[in-house]
Design a protein around this ligand. Sequence first.
Ligand SMILES: [Fe+2]
Ligand SMILES: [Fe+2]
Length: 445
Amino acid sequence: MHRKGGLIVGEVNGKMSSKKFIIKESTRKRCRVFPIDSFDRRQFTPISMELFHFLYEAPAIDFSIFIRVDEEMVEYIKATELSKELLKHIWLASIKDDAEVEICVQSADHAKFTRVIDSVRDLKIKRLIEREPALDTKTLISFVNLSGASQMILRGGINEDATRKVAAAASFMVSNLMDNNFAIATLSRMIQIDPSLYDHSAAVAMFSGIMGKQAYQGKLSQKNAETLAQCGLYHDAGKACIPHAVLNKPGAFTPEEFEIMKSHAILGYKVISKSINEGASIEKIVAEVALQHHERFSGKGYPYGKKGRLEENTENGIHPFARIVAIADSYSALLMERVYKPALPAEEALRLLEINSLEHFDPVFYNPFVAALKKSLNLYEEKKQSLVGNIYVVEKGDNVAQKIIAKKQSKSHKEDESLSKLSLDVHIHDEDCDHQPHGEKKLGA
Ligand SMILES: [Fe+2]
Ligand SMILES: [Fe+2]
């Protein structure tokens, strides 16, 4: 496979193939290319495709972007060379099936990378509110905090900086958001407007916190609510240990790959427990929830097939925080844009969630969550309608502009309807991520 001006030529034994990538001579001349063994790899942190795309909107960077091709590392974009064209080359190289390529930054530069991503995210949030003023600003601010923390865990691992950021983001969320009627609807609607802003673990943290508050009717202490939110942020921490090729596979998993993917629950438990043993300030239950978040109320989940409530079955029951996170996890996975489906409207995600709800979820948590979700969506629609014809003040940098919200709300309804029709055809075949083999209907990510 040849790409004009690109990074890579795929050619094996003289035949064109997408299986093997060879670094082009021109790339070797332009860039620093060096061999890398598994030890050296630790000096680099892989970055997700979602965050990589944020770089298209970064005005400048103060770090290099690398791409690993098999056993070689290419310093493909230096700080002074940032361009959309070079970013596109990297993207094209990384999306090929079976490509042993990985986009990375030096671990020492990860904080710089995070800062750039955070500023792009702030910009995107500003634009989001301009486009849809009914979205709740407080929720979005909290979400930005949480998603910064969640990306640190998934990309940089559990280190001191990450645990501090997680604790701060969870605390901010619990202090500012638990009573917010617009939080669930804002998260459910924002993904339709800009799917690139959505962060699964951040959303799971928020939905879990809100669910915990409802279920315990305000009797959940601030500390426990923060721990529950942290359970959401860390629940997929084990995915940092899953090979890139499996984690980002665009097609269906083979049964073997699916087993590897499922191992993220046990791996998450191990990495979190290891961090706790080494002194990280994380509650033990956070590791337990990472282990149990794919267990199902009926006993048909994994890794151990635990069943029912821990309160009633101390041997084999599921911890209440894991039962809450399981619901949040499944709902969030349905909302998300995936390679095989668009981001689903909240109503459609809920309809699909209902299908196996009796088997999968504890009604003590599930029923109030659904009621709160519906209430939040209704209040949100009312707010949207009330804004029609109002003058809305939009801050654009240092300038303050005014814009009149016209009748576009009714157009949004139509868009929602057509999306809903489209998503009726979506076949949910997920357990963990997109690619469960044989199309079993399970939910969660
Ligand atoms: Fe998940
Ligand atoms: Fe998961």
